[in-house]
Design a protein around this ligand. Structure first.
Ligand SMILES: Cc1cc2nc3c(=O)[nH]c(=O)nc-3n(C[C@H](O)[C@H](O)[C@H](O)COP(=O)(O)O)c2cc1C
Length: 310
């Protein structure tokens, strides 16, 4: 499968997850077989205005590739300007966010709100495709709510702009993350467009891949299932889960990378959101979580992790 001009073997990608998929998580997932990763969503306005926190979302070590940057904005002009910045940073592609359900984003007409304004959505994609040479994709939801499921028709309109792929998380904006993904939307989309389709939503088992491939998915995004479980990419190709030693080594190396990305103090706090998922299902997990909350330094947290696993 060729996507973003790159050949992929399994088509297993790390989904964009705001607050999680900065370069440390991306590198760990790549180590286990994620063939492509996306940045967290990036504000086009923040990038143009050179805001420090926004620019940091594009930080990455040399080996963090291939990487697609995801942009959010309601403005075609802003999107075009920001996409030039991204191209100049050497990224492999740009994904336009038309699926974010968060109030702060949709109230400004961006994210999933763009699905209710197909003309603007199309204009936005056109502006970006015209502006850059790197491939451009769009990530969308099934629609706004159950009475407005327009993903397939929007995808058909966007196809004419020259985008390279559609990524679909087939819940509606109103669904947020509740209920089952509406996979019938993927099937309908496949009938309407010839573009490659990347499926996103509750993918965590080998059976999910074959089922979604039979509905028309060309590649797969793994999101929440990769939090505290980067080896899921290896498991999805039929390989074994890690033993205790490997599990501990991954957590320690995640902590190291997070501390070099965010600094030691912020890094220890940032790591906390992963810890709960890392130890889920282990005996003593709840005591570990409690103790981890009171630990303030990297050496203390490393010791706690070692004590837990050995
Ligand atoms: C905490 C969190 C942050 C997310 N951030 C983004 C984002 O920045 N951009 C985006 O397109 N989707 C974002 N999503 C949606 C995911 O990419 C994905 O489509 C969705 O979670 C369904 O896939 P999953 O079940 O594999 O997580 C986010 C989801 C979660 C739970």
């Amino acid at each position: 499968m060729t996507l973003y001009g790159i050949d992929f073997h399994h088509g297993l990608f790390l989904a964009p997850l705001s607050g999680y998929t900065s370069w440390p998580m991306r590198l760990l997932c790549r180590r286990y077989g994620a063939e492509l990763a996306y940045t967290e969503m990036i504000s086009a306005e923040g990038l143009i205005r050179n805001r420090k926190v926004t620019g940091k979302l594009l930080d990455r070590p040399e080996e963090d590739k291939p990487l697609v940057a995801q942009l959010f904005t309601a403005s075609p002009e802003e999107a075009a300007l920001a996409s030039r910045i991204i191209e100049d940073c050497g990224l492999d592609g740009i994904d336009l966010n038309m699926g974010c359900p968060v109030k702060k984003v949709v109230s400004r007409g961006a994210g999933a709100a763009l699905m209710t304004e197909p003309e603007r959505a199309r204009d936005l994609a056109e502006h970006v495709v015209r502006q850059v040479k790197i491939p451009v994709s769009v990530k969308m939801r099934a629609g706004w709510d159950s009475s407005f499921l327009n993903a397939a028709s929007l995808a058909a309109a966007l196809q004419e702009t020259g985008i390279c792929a559609i990524c679909i998380h087939p819940r509606t904006r109103v669904d947020m993350y509740r209920g089952m993904p509406r996979w019938e939307v993927l099937r309908e989309m496949k009938q309407r467009v010839s573009l490659p389709i990347v499926a996103s939503g509750d993918i965590s088992r080998v059976e999910d891949l074959s089922r979604l491939a039979s509905l028309g998915a060309d590649a797969f995004m793994i999101g929440r299932a990769a939090i505290g479980r980067p080896w899921i990419f290896r498991e999805l190709t039929g390989a074994h889960p890690p033993d205790r030693a490997e599990h501990a080594e991954v957590m320690l190396s995640h902590l190291d990378m997070i501390c070099s990305c965010y600094g030691k103090d912020k890094g220890v706090r940032y790591m906390r959101k992963f810890l709960s998922s890392y130890v889920r299902g282990f005996t003593g997990a709840s005591l570990f979580r409690k103790m981890a909350c009171s630990v303030q330094t990297q050496p203390d947290l490393s010791e706690l992790i070692r004590d837990f696993f050995f």
